[in-house]
Design a protein around this ligand. Structure first.
Ligand code: COA
Length: 369
C-alpha cells in the first residue's frame, strides 16, 4: 500500500478513526451531544449512575435500573477498598495520576461479566483516587458506603464525612460533563489498546497515562495556580501578556476541536452559580470570569486567525475547588468521570474487531547512504 504524504497530520486533526454512538463534538457550533443528549440538558440533573446507563447500557436508566447500577457501583467500591492493602506502594506516588495508574494496574478483570468488570474499574477509580488523596494528607483511607451514590461516596471518601447535597450535585454535574468527549487522546489510547484484543485493565491504564499529560487532563490545577497568581481581575491582562511573551500557554484556554467556547465551560459555570446560590463559594468566580475575558483578548491579539476560548478545564478548577477537593486531586477526579466513557469506547472498539494500526512516513537514512 502506498501512503499519500498529504494525508499525514502529526496531531491526526481531522482524521476520523472510528464511528461512535457515544458522543459528538461540534467544534464550530460549540455543541457536545452525549448519546442523544445535549450536555447542557443532561449534566445539571444527571448522576454518574445515569451516565453508566446512558453510555454503557445504551439509554438513561429508569428508576429501578438506576438503583441496580448504584448498588453495583457500591459493591465495586467495597471490593476496591478491600484491595487497598494489596496495592504495595502504588498509592505512595507523589502524583495522583501516577498513583491511579499504578493502583489500577493491580486489577484484573475476569472477562465473564462485562457489567461487573466495567463496574470494578469505575468503582476502583473513585476508591483509589480518594485513598491517594487521604494518604497524601497523612490520613487513613475511608471505607466506602455502598448505600450512597457514586459521587456522594467519592466525596465522602475524600473528605472523611458526608457532603451536603449541593456539593454532591455539583460533583455529579462535573463527572457527567466529562464522561465522554469524542476521540480525545486518552479515549484514543484506550481504543488502540482495546483494538489489539488486550484486556480492559490494560486499556484503562493506557488511558490514564494519556490523561495525565498537561495538554489533556492536567490543566485544572495550573488554572487555579494562575488565578491565585493573578489575584485580582485588573492584574489579569498584564500577567497574561507576560506569560505569552515568555512563550508559555494559558492553561484552560484553547482546544483542538472547539472554535468557540467549550460548551462544558458553560455547564460548569452554571454549576458554580448553583453552588453559590446554595451558599457555597470559593470566591473565585468573578476573578475567573475576568481572567477568561482578559485571556480571550490577549490570545485574540496574538492569534487573530485562531479562535482560542475557555475549555472545560478553566471552570473545572473553580468548581472542584468550591466543592472542596484539593487541587492535586483534580486530574484524578477527571479520570473518575472519564473512565465511564473509556469503558464505553473500549466496548465499541471491541465490537468492530478491527486493529488500529496507522502508518508512518520514514525519514531516516537508507542503508548504505
Ligand atoms: N495559550 C497560548 N497559546 C495557545 C494556547 C494557549 N492556551 N492554545 C493554543 N495556542 C496557540 C499555539 O501556541 C499555536 O500558536 P502558533 O501557531 O504560533 O504555534 C496556536 O495557538 C495553535 O495551537 P495548536 O498547538 O495548534 O493547538 P492544538 O490544537 O494543538 O492545542 C491545546 C490544543 C488544548 C493543546 C492547546 O490549546 C493548549 O495547550 N491549551 C492549554 C492547555 C489546556 O488547557 N489543556 C486542556 C485541554 S481540554
Amino acid at each position: 500500500m502506498t501512503i499519500d504524504a498529504r494525508t499525514t497530520a502529526s496531531g491526526l486533526e481531522g482524521v476520523v478513526v472510528a464511528d461512535t454512538g457515544l458522543s459528538e463534538v461540534d467544534g464550530e457550533r460549540g455543541r457536545l451531544i452525549l448519546r442523544g443528549h445535549d450536555v447542557e440538558a443532561l449534566a445539571l440533573s444527571a448522576t454518574c449512575e445515569d451516565a453508566v446507563g446512558l453510555l454503557l447500557r445504551g439509554a438513561l436508566p429508569a428508576a429501578a435500573e438506576r438503583e441496580e447500577i448504584r448498588r453495583g457501583l457500591g459493591e465495586a467500591r467495597a471490593a476496591a477498598f478491600a484491595r487497598l492493602p494489596r496495592l504495595g506502594d502504588a498509592l505512595e506516588a507523589t502524583d495522583g495520576m501516577a498513583a491511579l495508574r499504578a493502583a489500577t494496574a493491580h486489577l484484573s478483570t475476569a472477562g465473564a461479566d462485562r457489567a461487573a468488570d466495567e463496574g470494578a474499574l469505575i468503582g476502583a477509580a473513585a476508591v483509589f483516587a480518594a485513598a491517594w488523596a487521604r494518604a497524601r494528607a497523612g490520613l487513613p483511607p475511608v471505607a466506602p458506603d455502598p448505600g450512597l451514590s457514586h459521587a456522594a461516596d467519592y466525596l465522602r471518601m475524600v473528605r472523611g464525612e458526608e457532603a451536603a447535597p449541593a456539593l454532591c450535585r455539583a460533583l455529579d454535574t462535573y463527572l457527567v460533563t466529562v464522561t465522554d468527549h469524542g476521540m480525545n487522546a486518552s479515549t484514543f489510547a484506550a481504543r488502540v489498546v482495546a483494538s489489539t484484543g488486550s484486556d480492559l485493565v490494560s486499556a484503562v491504564v493506557a488511558a490514564i497515562g494519556a490523561l495525565k499529560g498537561p495538554l489533556h487532563g492536567g490543566a485544572p490545577g495550573p488554572v487555579l495556580d494562575m488565578l491565585d497568581a493573578i489575584g485580582a481581575g485588573e492584574r489579569a491582562a498584564r500577567w497574561l501578556e507576560a506569560e505569552l511573551v515568555a512563550g508559555r500557554r494559558i492553561m484552560g484556554m484553547g482546544h483542538r476541536i472547539y472554535r468557540v467556547r467549550d460548551p462544558r465551560a458553560a455547564v460548569l459555570e452554571r454549576a458554580i452559580e448553583a453552588l453559590e446560590r446554595a451558599g457555597v463559594s470559593s470566591g473565585r468566580l468573578a476573578l475567573a470570569r475576568a481572567v477568561e475575558r482578559a485571556a480571550e483578548g490577549a490570545l485574540r491579539a496574538r492569534h487573530p486567525d485562531r479562535p482560542l476560548h475557555a475549555n472545560v478545564e478553566f471552570y473545572t478548577a473553580v468548581l472542584l475547588d468550591s466543592i472542596g477537593l484539593p487541587r492535586a486531586l483534580f486530574t484524578p477526579t477527571f479520570a473518575v468521570g472519564r473512565v465511564i466513557g473509556w469503558l464505553a469506547h473500549i466496548e465499541e472498539q471491541r465490537r468492530t474487531g478491527r486493529l488500529i494500526r496507522p502508518a508512518s512516513r520514514y525519514t531516516g537514512p537508507q542503508p548504505g547512504a
